[in-house]
Every structure is written in structure tokens, then in C-alpha cells.
Design a protein around this ligand. Structure first.
Ligand SMILES: CCCCCCCC/C=C\CCCCCCCC(=O)N[C@@H](CCCCN)C(=O)O
Ligand code: ZN
Ligand code: ZN
Length: 458
């Protein structure tokens, strides 16, 4: 595959608007087209005898790549083909044009997460074209509804594999990146492999009142009561959970890359922990790493300008810190609202998944680490961390204890904001490096020893 067709397959994928708009609201025409598209651009994957392809939940794809050595436990690579909506406003380039310009491929899904869908299949296609036969079996699961919780994609694939008695050595999904420019004093990029992710609660608060004529209003309306309740929630931060462990581990690994005195502070968190945790609260991205976050995302009320509103509803999206549970957060929320006129309806809730191992015996973590060192030799630090978003991987805790969330891409604060935002784009070079990473990763999973850097050239 030449360079042009390598990126051409991504532009074609971005062009298909596989948007998940909301629960049960998907662009099924686009999802069906996407299925045909991957079939047409990766013909070798689909015709190889030891690669089995199944469609699950109508639009998700499960590939089973049969390895030659059945004694090796299989692993799984995950990605998702659906994207969040992208109205044209504010974009430099229309979000579904898939235009390649100035060394970048532009559009919704270029970072989240069609890049991974295409890079995984492209790496496999290239390996198969070179007659590579993997030793270790692996699965590729491409969900079609990750952005709306993965109930028809990842959840069904997980149940199917469980019914087949599959147990996996590890899973690699989207999530964290090689972070660049997120910490002011730290000029060097560092790779964070997320070994857990935050939990989530979608909570609806509702206030009901008897409607009436607005010319003689009651002292408080449903809107006023609800607005005060959600404002209290917004103004009352959840407890800082910095002390609970994982983040401390991440910071200790980063410590020696900082100049004096930050290196001393981060190496002595037993003493400076409270100071560091307060500093992290000041920035909205690092704040998300130390606490359960509260985001007021929807508010609906009122029927007419001169009618006292019978119902007011608000939806709040909490991201639950790995050191807390959904139940604990709900208790805190009830205490903060402290108003019996406000009803609580939990629309969905999921606890944070268990922390995956990152020690020397953790095969998935070590393979990622080795491949990062080989493909990104300039990156000195690889550390375990927390993913602040939710991923399809949370549906697979029944199949493995080793779940790692890592995209082999550089991410800076501007590109972070483009995910679910505007002007999402990936450089051609970054995409090619992602393909190379997966190409090497699959081979590294077959070796018994540390890979020799650049042994497996594309
Ligand atoms: C000391 C370290 C500083 C770290 C700075 C952290 C920077 C954050 C980096 C990357 C985070 C990107 C998260 C990408 C994964 C997002 C996946 C996603 O969008 N999932 C959705 C699922 C929605 C399911 C329906 N409820 C989501 O989380 O909303
Ligand atoms: Zn995603
Ligand atoms: Zn997303």
C-alpha cells in the first residue's frame, strides 16, 4: 500500500457520517455503509482463511485472528466507528469532508476514534500481505455505539465471547495518549497508559409544582428551586481523592523529569501531597484527575411565558473518581441538594472499573511499554494513569483483568479540546506512526523477548 492510499482510506472513513446522536439515535445508513467500506479497502483481511469476521448488533464488527500457537492466551484490540455529532459551525474544514490539507486529515473521528479503527485494520492488512502468520490469537472488536454507551456493540460482543468461554490476556482500547504541553514546567512529552477509567452517573433532578397564572406567582417556582439545587451542586466540589494512590504513582514516575524544586516536591508526596492536590484543582483538566466532577449538561422547564412551570428537569453528568463508588457520590449529592422537593432519577450509572496491573508481569502493559519505546524513542516516560473519559473497554471486565487504554499518538491541550469539539484533525505522519505502532505491537505480542527497536520495519 503506497503512502497516498494509506491516508486515503482514512479520508474515506471520515467521509461516512457514522454519528451517534443520542440513546437509540444512530445513523444506521452510514454505519451500514461503513461496514461495506472497510470490506472494500481491506480485502486481504476479509479473505484470509485464518481471519473470521462477524457482524454483531447489526453494525459492530468482530474479527478473530487465529494464531498458530494455541498455548498462548489471546488478546483483543478495541476501537469504535461511531462519532459524536459535528455541526459545521466553527470548523475550518467541513467535519465530514475528510479533507487532507497541509499534512493533516481533517474531520470528526480523526482522533476519536476512526483513526484506530482504520490503523488496526491497516496494520493487519499489511501484515497479511507480507504473509505474516501470528502465533498468538487475537480479536479485533470495532463497536458502533461507544458514544452512546456501547450496549448494542461492545456489550453484545463481550457476552458472545464469554458464552464461547474466551478469556483474554489483555485488552487495548482508546483512552490516553502521549501527552505534550499539559503541565507547564514539563517540556518533555510523556506517555500515560490508563489502567482504569472514571465511572459515570447521568442523574436527572426534577421538581414538580402545581401550574397556575404567572400574574400571581408563588414565592418559589419549580425553576427557581431546581436552579438553586443545581447551583449548589456546581458550587460544592466533590472531595479531593488525590491521596488514594494511582495518581500519586503517575506523578512519582514523572518527578525526575521536572526542574528543581518540582522534582523534589513530586518525589516527596508524603509531605507535599496536599499542596500538589490543591494545585491540580486549579486547572480544569488536572482537576478531573483528582476528584469526581460535576457537569450540569441539560436543563428543561417551562411551557409558556405566562404559565407557572409545572415541571423543571436538569441532567447532571458526574465522572466518578476511581477511589469512589456511584453509591457514595449519590449520597453526597443528596446531602448537597438537601431539599425534599427535588426528586432524583438515576438515568445511568457505572462504577469505575478495577485497576489493571502495570507491574513486570503485566503482559499487555509491558508490550505497550516496549512498543512505545521502539516507535517513540524520544519519549522517556511511560506511566500508568487514569482515563477521564469512558470507553467501550468497561464492558469487557468479565474477560480479563488487564485493560489498557492508550492511543499511540501525541496529544496537546488544543487537540484535546478538538475531541468532541471543533477542528478535530490528525497529521498524516501521526496516522502513519499509529499504523506502524500496531504493526509492531502485533508482532511484539508474538515474541518471547523484548523487541529489538526497529526490527520490524513497515
Ligand atoms: C498528570 C497528567 C496530566 C494528564 C492530563 C490529562 C489529559 C487527558 C487526555 C486524554 C483524555 C481523552 C479522553 C478520550 C476518551 C474519550 C472517550 C469518550 O469520549 N467516551 C465517551 C463515552 C460516552 C458514553 C455514553 N455515556 C465519554 O466519556 O463521554
Ligand atoms: Zn472514543
Ligand atoms: Zn468520544
Amino acid at each position: 500500500m503506497d503512502r497516498k492510499s494509506c491516508t486515503g482510506v482514512v479520508t474515506g472513513a471520515i467521509h461516512i457520517p457514522t454519528v451517534s446522536f443520542g440513546p437509540k439515535e444512530l445513523n444506521t445508513t452510514a454505519l451500514a455503509e461503513f461496514g461495506e467500506y472497510i470490506h472494500s479497502v481491506f480485502p486481504t483481511v476479509f479473505k484470509t482463511s485464518f481471519v473470521q469476521h462477524e457482524v454483531i448488533g447489526e453494525y459492530s464488527h468482530l474479527f478473530t485472528v487465529q494464531g498458530s500457537d494455541p498455548s498462548l492466551q489471546p488478546y483483543m484490540l478495541l476501537a469504535h466507528s461511531d462519532v459524536v455529532p459535528a455541526p459545521d459551525e466553527g470548523w475550518e474544514v467541513p467535519p465530514f469532508s475528510g479533507l487532507e490539507r497541509d499534512g493533516f486529515i481533517h474531520g470528526r473521528g480523526t482522533l476519536d476514534n476512526k483513526n484506530s479503527v482504520m490503523a488496526i485494520l491497516q496494520a493487519l492488512e499489511l501484515l497479511l500481505l507480507r504473509n505474516y502468520i501470528p502465533r498468538r490469537s487475537f480479536f479485533i472488536a470495532l463497536g458502533h455505539d461507544e458514544e452512546i454507551s456501547g450496549h448494542n456493540g461492545a456489550q453484545k460482543i463481550s457476552a458472545l465471547l464469554q458464552a464461547r468461554g474466551v478469556q483474554l490476556a489483555f485488552i487495548v482500547d482508546e483512552g490516553n495518549f502521549i501527552l505534550d504541553g499539559f503541565i507547564p514546567n514539563l517540556k518533555k512529552p510523556f506517555a500515560i497508559i490508563a489502567v482504569t477509567e472514571k465511572g459515570a452517573i447521568d442523574l436527572m433532578l426534577q421538581v414538580n409544582m402545581t401550574p397556575g397564572h404567572s400574574s400571581a406567582p408563588p414565592k418559589e417556582t419549580s425553576i427557581g428551586i431546581l436552579a438553586a439545587a443545581v447551583s449548589r451542586l456546581e458550587q460544592t466540589p466533590m472531595p479531593n481523592m488525590f491521596g488514594s494512590g494511582l495518581l500519586k504513582m503517575t506523578l512519582q514516575e514523572l518527578a525526575h523529569e521536572f526542574p528543581f524544586p518540582t522534582n523534589i516536591i513530586l518525589s516527596n508526596l508524603w509531605l507535599f501531597g496536599p499542596l500538589v492536590s490543591r494545585l491540580m484543582e486549579r486547572n480544569y483538566i488536572t482537576n478531573a484527575l483528582v476528584t469526581t466532577t460535576t457537569a450540569l449538561t441539560m436543563f428543561n422547564a417551562g411551557v409558556k411565558v405566562n404559565v407557572i412551570p409545572p415541571v423543571a428537569q436538569a441532567i447532571i453528568n458526574f465522572r466518578v473518581d476511581p477511589a469512589q463508588t456511584v453509591q457514595e457520590v449519590l449520597e453526597l449529592v443528596k446531602n448537597i441538594v438537601a431539599d425534599s422537593r427535588v426528586q432524583f432519577h438515576v438515568l445511568s450509572a457505572i462504577d469505575p472499573p478495577p485497576v489493571s496491573p502495570s507491574d513486570h508481569q503485566a503482559l499487555g502493559y509491558q508490550l505497550l511499554r516496549q512498543t512505545i519505546r521502539s516507535v517513540f524513542p524520544e519519549v522517556n516516560i511511560v506511566a500508568p494513569g487514569i482515563c477521564i473519559g469512558n470507553t467501550d473497554s468497561r464492558h469487557y471486565t468479565n474477560l480479563t483483568t488487564g485493560i489498557y487504554r492508550f492511543n499511540p499518538l501525541y496529544l496537546n491541550p488544543q487537540s484535546f479540546r478538538s475531541i468532541h469539539g471543533i477542528n478535530e484533525k490528525i497529521s498524516v505522519r501521526a496516522y502513519e506512526t499509529q499504523v506502524k505502532f500496531i504493526f509492531e505491537f502485533i508482532q511484539n505480542a508474538d515474541t518471547d523477548q523484548e523487541p529489538v527497536p526497529h526490527l520490524h520495519e513497515l
